[in-house]
Write a protein that binds this ligand. Structure first.
Ligand SMILES: [Zn+2]
Ligand SMILES: [Zn+2]
Ligand SMILES: [Zn+2]
Length: 123
């Protein structure tokens, strides 16, 4: 039961954010309600269910963003680019599909590209 409450709360926070949220931010925000272990477990579960996808930021933190309708329990189709502002740290999804290059003797299953720069607010 408690698990459902934390799952719903964390899921809506990520959806409302309209960008990516770091696990650190979630732990800080929910510190009076859920412990760290619960938060990490919920995030892993949401990712497994195809609700959110994770991105490693330039600060080595893991960020989570809402998935689009093509993602499901079976597979994630988040081959878009991500970008992160080096000044404020904001990380977001960019709707540019990346076509993976071909590589002999290697099966490419996903591409992870992070563009680093300066966002509109920080320019
Ligand atoms: Zn996904
Ligand atoms: Zn910025
Ligand atoms: Zn994304």
């Amino acid at each position: 039961m408690r698990n459902t409450v934390s799952l719903q709360a964390i899921k809506s926070y990520v959806i409302d954010k309209n960008g990516a949220v770091s696990a650190v931010e979630l732990v800080e925000y929910f510190k009076n309600r859920f412990n760290k272990t619960t938060i990490y477990r919920v995030l892993a579960r949401l990712e497994e269910q195809g609700e959110v996808h994770s991105v490693i930021g330039k600060d080595a933190n893991t960020y989570y963003a809402t998935c689009h309708s093509t993602c499901s329990k079976e597979s994630h189709n988040d081959n878009h680019v991500h970008r992160q502002c080096k000044k404020c740290g904001e990380l977001s999804c960019v709707e540019i599909e990346m076509r993976a290059p071909t590589s002999n003797d290697f099966i490419i299953e996903e591409t992870k590209i992070l563009l680093i720069g300066v966002c509109k607010n920080c320019q």
